[in-house]
Structures are given as structure tokens and as C-alpha cells.
Design a protein around this ligand. Structure first.
Ligand code: PMP
Length: 360
């Protein structure tokens, strides 16, 4: 067996320890005589899995008691609709547009109410985060929406926007559990887990209790009402049970590594190796302004599409996979989530050095 260094933006690399444990438990989970895939979601064994998973993410993020943790489905994209359906009491919301995912979320919300795009970095291909210290927040906005880490463009909010008292809703799909957070600053934190936490199919929504109500937009389906899932402790219907089980193992893994402060330190160390190289390279160039660079997604280019393609191809041959940039922007992107080892980033940089020598 040989594993590659997988720089995919998601689904993405998972900790090897977690995969090995899951493999060992595949046929007989803790003496139940069956795999977690085969067991009832109402069984005692699964109840313990989901309860432990919730407690572990609460411990990791320091989630206060007045927030609920929901394990849902439908991808992060389903939240683009679920958020306005549940939160738009005045049918107004403010969106900060820092990339394709925020754009898509804003467009979806427009089906349900008035969307004010109060800031955007589209003028420079989303290569920076706009100044959000004094934005024209709408008086009647039900919430302010951000995409905190922009997977495609490689930017990250280093400071949360000043929402002037309005509820902050944040898509953290590509920076979930990558560093400590102050949950109390948000109304909703949510993300698809397929980047930093587990297999595709699970969305985790951390939501303040006062936002969970029956007062949702008319016609909101039962399954798209947060209260349905909060009341049933994420077991209203059959949850993505196997995915939740793997998420639980990743939470334990993060705990064993020292928690979110340790993750941040590791992630900073990894990202620095790559950014330091990019800053002095004569061939490769990072595409994001230094102060807004993501620790998770690092886009870069040579400036020559043919050379980019050659790089991606040769990197793959060297065991460095999925370095092609998003189809909408081209170039390269290295996603270096929690589970990417330091050695993987060093291997990438060494390969880039060699490629630069050969192609300059
Ligand atoms: N938000 C962000 C930041 C993403 O990176 C993605 C997808 N990679 C999405 C939302 C959409 O996620 P999903 O495919 O789970 O709907």
C-alpha cells in the first residue's frame, strides 16, 4: 500500500490513524458483530457514538450551553437556503461577498428576501478580504453572512466583521476546527465536514438557541427547519450515521494532538513553509495579499497556463495529488488541512524548487 500526499480541497485527506481505526472496526464495531454502517441509528451503540461526538466537538470549540450542535445533511449548499428560511423574519439580510460560495449563498437567499451585498472583493478577483470594520449594516437585517475561509481563492477573515449588533452567520466549511474560535461571536457557525473533519455527507451546524424557533418562513419544509433537528437531537430521521462516526474519531484525534490551539500552531507552521517559498520564488507566485492568506487553501500560479498544467501533471507523478486550482480560476491550489502532515508540505516545496530549477 502506498498513500500519496493528497492536496484536494475536499473531500480531502483524513488522519491515517482515524482511517486505520475505522478499518479495524469495520466488520465488528466494539463487539456488536456489525459495522457502524449496518446498525440502527436508534441503537445504544450509535446513541453513544453521536452523544460522544457532540460532547467532543463541544469540548474542542468550547461551545456554550446556549448553543446546539446539529449533525445534518444536504451539504453546505443546503444551508444557503436553510439559513434564510429560518432566520429571515424581516426578510432582509446583509452578505459580504468574498468568493463563489458567498455569492451562491447570497443568490439563494434572494429567493426568500432582500439581500444587501454590503461589501465585496470581486473587483480584484477575490484576492483579499474587504475592510469590515464599519460597513453599512442594514437596520432591519436579520443577520450578516460571511464565508470565513474562501476555499477557491485562499483568503480568510483574520478578524470578524463588525456586525453592529446583528447576528453573524458564518460558513466555516474549509477552516472548521483549524484554530480556536470564540463561538459567542456567532449566531450560526456551519460547515460541510468533507474538508477538515470527515467524509462528505455530514454538515455540522452550531446554532444559538434563540435562533431555533417555529417562526420560519411559510412553506419551509419540516426537514429544513432547525427546530425539527434540535428537538430530535439530530435523530429526526436517519442521520448520516457512518459519517458522524468518522467525525467523532477525528474529534478524538484533534484532542489527542492537543486541541485547536495545537492545530493552529501546526497549521501556521505548515503554511509558513509554503508561503515563505512562494514569496521568494522566481517562478511561482501566490495570488492572495499576505495579510488575508488562508492557512488551509494556498492558491498559486506560474503565470503560464501550459506550465501550470505541466506542474500539476509532474507533481502527480511524484505522488503529490490534486494540486490543480479550482476549475473557475485555474492555476494551482494546495489544500493543507489539519490532517496534511508537515512532511507533505515540505515534499511539495521541495518538488516546487526542483520544478523551478528545471523550468525557469
Ligand atoms: N462553502 C465552502 C466554503 C465550500 O468550500 C464549499 C464546497 N467545497 C461549499 C460551501 C459547498 O459545499 P457542499 O458541496 O457541501 O454543498
Amino acid at each position: 500500500m502506498s498513500r500519496v500526499y493528497n492536496f484536494s480541497a475536499g473531500p480531502a485527506v483524513l488522519p491515517e490513524e482515524v482511517l486505520k481505526e475505522a478499518a479495524a472496526e469495520m466488520l465488528d464495531y466494539k463487539g456488536t458483530g456489525m459495522s457502524v454502517m449496518e446498525m440502527s441509528h436508534r441503537s445504544k451503540a450509535f446513541e453513544e457514538i453521536i452523544t460522544t461526538a457532540e460532547q467532543d466537538i463541544r469540548d474542542l470549540m468550547g461551545i456554550p450551553d446556549n448553543y446546539r450542535v446539529l449533525f445534518l445533511q444536504g451539504g453546505a449548499s443546503q444551508q444557503f437556503a436553510m439559513i434564510p428560511m429560518n432566520l429571515m423574519k424581516n426578510r432582509v439580510a446583509d452578505y459580504i461577498i468574498t468568493g463563489q460560495w458567498a455569492k451562491k449563498a447570497a443568490k439563494e437567499a434572494e429567493k426568500y428576501g432582500k439581500v444587501n451585498r454590503i461589501a465585496s472583493s470581486e473587483d480584484k478577483t477575490f484576492s483579499y478580504i474587504p475592510d469590515c470594520s464599519d460597513l453599512p449594516i442594514s437596520d432591519d437585517a436579520d443577520y450578516v453572512y460571511i464565508c470565513e475561509n474562501n476555499t477557491i481563492y485562499g483568503t480568510k477573515f483574520k478578524e470578524l466583521p463588525n456586525t453592529k449588533g446583528k447576528t453573524l452567520v458564518s460558513d466555516v466549511s474549509s477552516c472548521f476546527l483549524s484554530e480556536p474560535v470564540d463561538v459567542t461571536k456567532y449566531g450560526i457557525i456551519y460547515g460541510g465536514v468533507q474538508k477538515n473533519i470527515g467524509p462528505a455527507g455530514v454538515v455540522i451546524v452550531i446554532i444559538r438557541e434563540d435562533l431555533i424557533t417555529d417562526d420560519v418562513l411559510p412553506g419551509t419544509p419540516t426537514m429544513l427547519t432547525y427546530k425539527t433537528h434540535a428537538d430530535a437531537k439530530s435523530l429526526y430521521n436517519t442521520p448520516p450515521a457512518y459519517g458522524i462516526y468518522i467525525c467523532g474519531k477525528v474529534f478524538k484525534w484533534i484532542k489527542s494532538q492537543g486541541g485547536l490551539a495545537a492545530m493552529k500552531e501546526r497549521n501556521e507552521k505548515k503554511a509558513k513553509v509554503l508561503y515563505d517559498f512562494l514569496d521568494q520564488s522566481k517562478l511561482f507566485k501566490g495570488t492572495v495579499v499576505p495579510e488575508d492568506r488562508s492557512l488551509m487553501n494556498v492558491p498559486f500560479v506560474t503565470g503560464n497556463a501550459d506550465l501550470d498544467a505541466k506542474f500539476v501533471k509532474e507533481a502527480k507523478e511524484a505522488g503529490l495529488e490534486n494540486l490543480k486550482g479550482h476549475r473557475t480560476v485555474g492555476g494551482m491550489r494546495a489544500s493543507i488541512y489539519n490532517a496534511m502532515p508537515y512532511e507533505g508540505v515540505v515534499a511539495l516545496v521541495n518538488f516546487m524548487k526542483k520544478f523551478e530549477e528545471e523550468n525557469l
